[in-house]
Ligand binder design. Sequence first.
Ligand code: FA5
Length: 379
Amino acid sequence: MSAPNKSYDPVEVEALKPEEIERMRDEALAAFAAAGDLDALAHAKTAHTGGTSPLALANREIGALPPQAKAAAGKLVGQARGVVSKALATRQAELEAERDARVLVEEAVDVTLPYDRVPAGARHPLTTLMERVADVFVSMGYEVAEGPEVEAEWFNFDALNFVPDHPARQMQDTFFVQGTTPEGTATTGDESGVVLRTHTSPVQARTLIDREPPVYVVCPGRVYRTDELDATHTPVFHQIELLAVDEGLTMADLKGTLDHMVQALFGADMKTRLRPNFFPFTEPSAEMDMLCYVCRGESVGNPDRPCRTCGSEGWIELGGCGMVNPKVLIACGVDPEKYSGFAFGFGIERMLMFRHNVEDMRDMVEGDVRFTRPFGMEI
Ligand code: FA5
């Protein structure tokens, strides 16, 4: 601040000359107008209205004036500061409006875009079919039983009455994991190897050892064989197995159960037929066929109505079945004099093929959603 001036004339104070005040005001207005954004305006604000700005310093000079000169000088500086602060507020409002408009454009959200670009997953048709089949039996009172996929050879073969030199035990049919049973693996009898189970039938033996009859179980699961992957085979596939052991069960119960299953899955007028076959763990054993659900047998001997699903044979092969061999009951500690049982098992991949006209089993394992999507996105 200047020293009190002797002539009491504010004009003698350089900073309070009207043209000086005007220059300060105009510089401030020009700086605000030139500020292109809020940051630049903040700098201009500090420079032209802050504590060390020319107008603030001029304002301080007023204090050094004699009382009679203060009013005029105060009016001069006050008016200039008023104009400056009004211009600042106006420019501030303009720049804020500009910023808000820009943000609205830059940060706009297109609410019409799809929100679920990553499609929801769904279960594989093999899984849903396997569960559907299992449900048929659960609704009849059967329980679901499971067993390990890495299985003791004893359960996979010995307990099921496979003789030691049965061809299924060869390396070209079975994946052997270990030649002998590792410590802790449940075995009965002599040393046993470890295999990837070749069918779901070992769950029969496990269930009979674990539970007291009556036993009614359905066993869905994955099995392994050294088959090459081709249109009708895969080395990893799924089976579903049924086992019933109770007093007085006969082949008639087996047949009735099979008929009920195909009717539940394919329609009311469906039926099955049995053809003699051999499995070491059932006696007698049979191959089970179901009536072709497409032509209902009408394509047989009828060249005008060929059926692709059954090859005009009228029947579709489903799997194996039979009465549980008493030797299996004995191996699992069940009295064959008191109890009898029936069992059957079949491949889910083959059922999916004929049920949905899938021509190549490889499509089921390749994981291409174009194959699975038409089955629906069931979760
Ligand atoms: C068995 O596996 C017996 N355990 C079935 C059984 C259970 C009989 C209970 C008696 C009592 P088989 O080896 O035939 O049987 O196989 C059953 C089904 O598995 C076949 O009908 C077929 O549908 C399916 N299958 C077999 N090999 C393959 C493969 N490589 N790829 C896909 N499916 C297969």
